[in-house]
Design a protein around this ligand. Structure first.
Ligand code: NDP
Ligand code: 2IT
Length: 451
């Protein structure tokens, strides 16, 4: 037994920080997992001697490339593209592509790391990866977005494949971008295959994929509430974001009899005390995906609402909170404010939206808190079902996929309870998700020996 196998948590984290200088999002994500995994493996020598966590926190590879494109004014623009292939122990790399000016290697490494645990939790055979670019789609014409996507795929295509790595959407990448990228992949390779998920229904996409992440996050919340004898019905919810995940989370809360009070974007949030009804949600979906407008426009249409520029919605009193925009959008003070105002449950549609300090606030106050890697796994789970349908050359109907999503989210909730129940009636969902995800990937890695 090598002495270095038994480093403690702080020595381990010092090493991670030293090897990844300045990559704060990545080290944050590793820290969140390591603090639970260290306890779990304390008496399990096989994981220590095989250096499993150390290996998981080192991506299999990080691909970085130049993406050149020409804007509508014939200027040549240069962006950076990445694909982080974190771990393929249990299946092909799988995870979204993000286009946003805030994208860095650190952000994509944290997302690929998280994705590895999330995908394991789904029970489906998918490894973890993530990609993207610092390209900003906002304000770009359709043809500019098309040229960018084509240029991005002209490099990416050689690194992906239906049994190798299967990207999907994320922030800034929805149906339009997936269409352009799939078209370019098909054109270059002359192959029609399920190399991307989140495709349009006409060309191999799955029913329920657009809804899956937001609906799944609400199902996870419902499962947490049910576990304590409660329900979504009659509860108020504060939601951040106004993209794919946020609008579908709002839709499901409303369908289950809850009342959604807020939505937001990077400019600010809207507060509608009358509740954001299905009709209003449909209006927002159109605003965001067709008109590509801003959430501030909501108050011109619906006079019951107010717009709060430059602010986040966590000060609005609510029973339920669903952060569905981006990482680190809910800090310690905001978590304290939510707790003070009586929040009962928090379910993360976004990836790592709560800071480490914020998570501790929820934990100390014994709030039901579903971390993104469990609560938002419905999206990638239905992506996994899209891969199965493509491989079999079939398509399942909406009803069947809806049932499968509900079951998958119940299964994930069950795994979190299995490893996260403290025996006194409180479930630490972070711990449950981290350990259940870790164990599956770790056991596969042990089987492979030193690779
Ligand atoms: P969209 O691009 O559809 O929407 C993103 C939303 O978040 C927009 O309202 C956007 O506002 C807001 N946002 C983005 N960046 C920031 C920022 N830096 N500060 C404040 N607001 C911001 O993305 P999705 O809805 O798909 O993704 C939302 C979150 O859910 C992300 O964390 C993503 O990783 C996660 N997720 C997505 C899944 C999916 O299937 N799509 C699956 C699992 C998780 P603005 O328009 O102003 O930028
Ligand atoms: O963060 C995520 O899980 C996603 N963006 C979805 C990934 C996928 O492959 O569907």
């Amino acid at each position: 037994m090598a002495v270095s196998d038994h480093v403690d948590l702080s020595t381990f984290m010092e090493g991670v920080k030293k090897r990844n200088p300045g990559q704060t999002e990545f080290t944050q994500a590793v820290q969140e997992v390591a603090q639970d995994v260290f306890g779990f493996i304390a008496d399990k020598e096989e994981y220590h001697s095989a250096q499993i966590l150390r290996r998981m926190a080192e991506p299999d590879r990080v691909l970085s490339f130049r993406v050149c494109w020409e804007d509508d004014n014939h200027n040549i623009r240069v962006q950076r593209g990445w694909r982080v292939q974190n771990n393929n122990a249990i299946g092909p790399y799988k995870g979204g592509i993000r286009f946003h000016p805030s994208v860095t290697e650190s952000v994509l490494k944290f997302l690929a790391f998280e994705q590895t645990f999330k995908n394991a939790l789904t029970g489906l055979p998918m490894g973890g990866g993530k990609g993207g670019s610092n390209f900003n789609p906002r304000g770009k014409s359709d043809s500019e977005v098309m040229r960018f996507c084509q240029s991005f795929m002209t490099e990416l295509y050689r690194h992906i494949g239906p049994d190798t790595d299967v990207p999907a959407g994320d922030i800034g990448v929805g149906g339009r971008e997936i269409g352009y990228m799939f078209g370019q992949y098909k054109r270059i390779t002359n192959r029609w295959e399920g190399v991307l998920t989140g495709k349009g229904i006409e060309y191999g996409g799955s029913q329920m994929r657009p809804e899956a992440t937001g609906y799944g996050a609400v199902y996870f919340l419902r499962n947490m509430l049910k576990h304590q004898g409660h329900d979504v019905e009659g509860k108020t919810a504060v939601i951040s974001g106004s993209g794919n995940v946020a609008t579908h989370a709002a839709e499901k809360v409303t369908q289950l009899g809850g009342k959604v009070l807020t939505l937001s974007d990077s400019g600010g949030f809207i507060h509608d005390p009358d509740g954001i009804s299905q009709e209003k949600i449909d209006w927002i979906k159109h605003l965001k995906t067709v008109k590509r407008g801003r959430i501030s426009e909501y108050v011109d249409e619906f006079s019951s609402a107010s717009y709060h520029e430059g602010e986040r919605p966590w000060g609005v009193t609510c029973d339920l909170a669903l952060p569905c925009a981006t990482q680190n959008e809910l800090n310690e003070d905001e978590a304290k404010m939510l707790v003070k105002n009586g929040v009962q449950g928090v379910s993360e549609g976004a990836n790592m939206p709560t800071t480490l300090e914020g998570v501790h606030v929820f934990h100390d106050a014994k709030i039901m808190y579903g971390p993104g890697k469990a609560a938002n796994a419905g999206g990638v789970a239905v992506s996994g079902l899209e891969m199965s349908q493509n491989a079999e050359r079939i398509s399942w109907n909406e009803e069947r996929l809806g049932e499968m999503l509900t079951e998958l989210m119940e299964g994930i909730h069950g795994k979190c309870v299995e490893y996260g129940d403290d025996g006194n009636g409180y479930v630490d969902y972070v711990k449950g998700a981290n350990i259940a995800g870790f164990k599956k990937v770790a056991d596969a890695m042990l089987a492979f020996g030193v690779v």
